[in-house]
Design a binder for this molecule. Structure first.
Ligand SMILES: Cc1cc2nc3c(=O)[nH]c(=O)nc-3n(C[C@H](O)[C@H](O)[C@H](O)COP(=O)(O)O)c2cc1C
Length: 379
């Protein structure tokens, strides 16, 4: 686990067993490493089938969803030897805010369906791990409530372009007032992807679900489409930066030319993402789009990536390809559903431990300066 200083001096082989830990022959209890498949299986047990599929699923043939983890592993690490790495620095800065790990929480919707603690529990898990928390527009707690729960770690607010311009503007202003450190404009959802699992289940959000950032007017409740069908323009980048008083991160960019236009239009960072395979299918994997985006803009702004990051070595590959940070969605969903705030913290610290371990094995000692030649395309 990352220490408070962000420097992890407990390297592989130095881990001591404690009395609460399990042995491999004890199948009922947690193994002493991050086992995301097992966590996902536990989340599946906890959740109704349609809710599990809403979280797990992707668009159409789910090609993008399926290929995402494998795309990171189409790269291979090139370890350095004889470097004498005894400590690994995991701490970094994201848009000037210090974090203890470059692995953050991606925004994801309606967390109260996964666990009664919802976004507040996720935020507490992020605080415990020293990770950046990104709060979604589509939340079951208000953005102000999430900001309070995340007070011990930097938090960003993710904004969708809603039907109502005044409501969208208002959310941006409130994010600035609530102490968020950046506004994340999600640009890959001009309309909702066709998610066959949801269509098959005829999935509807539970009638009593709190849509905390969308006050209901009369009896009307916003539908998924209401929340997600408007389109951003490049001009919005500067406008929403001014409205919120925050640096703007553009999330959902998969091309170098788009990234360059976002930066020209005032973006402070670009976030490479396929929305977890939930929008365009088949879309290019983040792991394959990242180098092009880095080449286009990383001299000027920070670049982040998400989609299918499931191990510390996936994160390391992204850092080597030029990302300043990576984000995880479903691993935190399974962590929250299976174990609340503690489950989220366990996922984030587990991935961070794996990152430290792999860095030490590769002769790398600082997440802020992972050389590009630390990876090569797999042959
Ligand atoms: C159930 C679910 C809900 C999501 N909701 C949002 C959202 O509200 N806003 C947003 O920008 N991205 C949303 N995303 C996309 C995530 O931010 C992120 O891009 C994606 O989950 C990363 O891929 P991964 O799940 O493979 O880690 C959602 C993803 C999932 C799986």
């Amino acid at each position: 686990m990352a220490s408070d200083s962000g420097t992890d001096s407990r390297l592989p082989g130095q881990r001591r067993r404690t009395s609460g830990e399990v042995t491999p022959e004890d199948p009922g209890r947690e193994p002493p490493f991050l086992d995301l498949d097992r966590l996902e299986a536990r989340a599946r047990e906890h959740l109704p089938a349609d809710v599990f599929d809403y979280y797990a699923g992707g668009a159409e043939t789910e090609t993008t969803l399926r290929e995402a983890p494998g795309a990171w592993r189409s790269w291979r690490l090139r370890p350095r030897v004889l470097r004498g790495v005894s400590t690994v620095r995991l701490a970094t800065e994201l848009l000037g805010s210090p974090v203890r790990t470059p692995i953050g929480v991606a925004p994801w919707a309606y967390q109260g369906m996964a666990h009664p603690g919802g976004e507040l529990a996720t935020a507490r898990g992020a605080v415990a791990a020293g990770a950046l928390m990104t709060a979604s527009t589509s939340a079951t707690s208000t953005l102000e409530e999430v900001a309070v729960a995340a007070a011990g770690t930097p938090a960003w607010f993710q904004l969708y372009r809603l039907h109502s311009t005044s409501h969208t503007d208002d959310l941006a202003r409130r994010a600035g007032d609530a102490g968020y450190r950046a506004l994340v404009l999600t640009v890959d959802l001009p309309l909702l992807g066709r998610r066959h699992r949801d269509l098959r289940h005829d999935f509807a959000l539970p009638a009593d679900l709190r849509m905390a950032n969308h006050p209901a007017t009369g009896d009307e409740r916003p539908t998924l489409d209401d929340l997600a069908t408007a389109t951003w323009t490049f001009d919005d980048i500067a406008r929403f930066g001014e409205l919120s008083g925050l640096p703007v991160v553009v999330k959902g960019v998969l091309r170098g030319d788009d990234a360059a236009r976002c930066v020209q239009a005032g973006a402070s960072a670009v976030w490479v993402s396929t929305h977890g395979g939930r929008q365009v299918d088949p879309a290019v994997a983040s792991a394959h789009a990242l180098p092009e985006v880095v080449d286009a803009v990383a001299d000027d702004v920070e670049v982040y990536a998400d989609g299918g990051i499931r191990t510390g070595s996936d994160a390391l590959i992204a850092l080597a390809l030029g990302a300043t940070a990576v984000f995880v969605g479903r691993p935190t969903i399974w962590g929250l559903a299976a174990g609340g705030a503690e489950g989220v913290a366990r996922v984030l610290t587990g991935l961070t431990d794996e990152l430290a371990h792999t860095m030490a094995l590769c002769g790398l000692d600082d997440v802020r300066s992972v050389p590009r030649d630390s990876v090569a395309a797999a042959r």
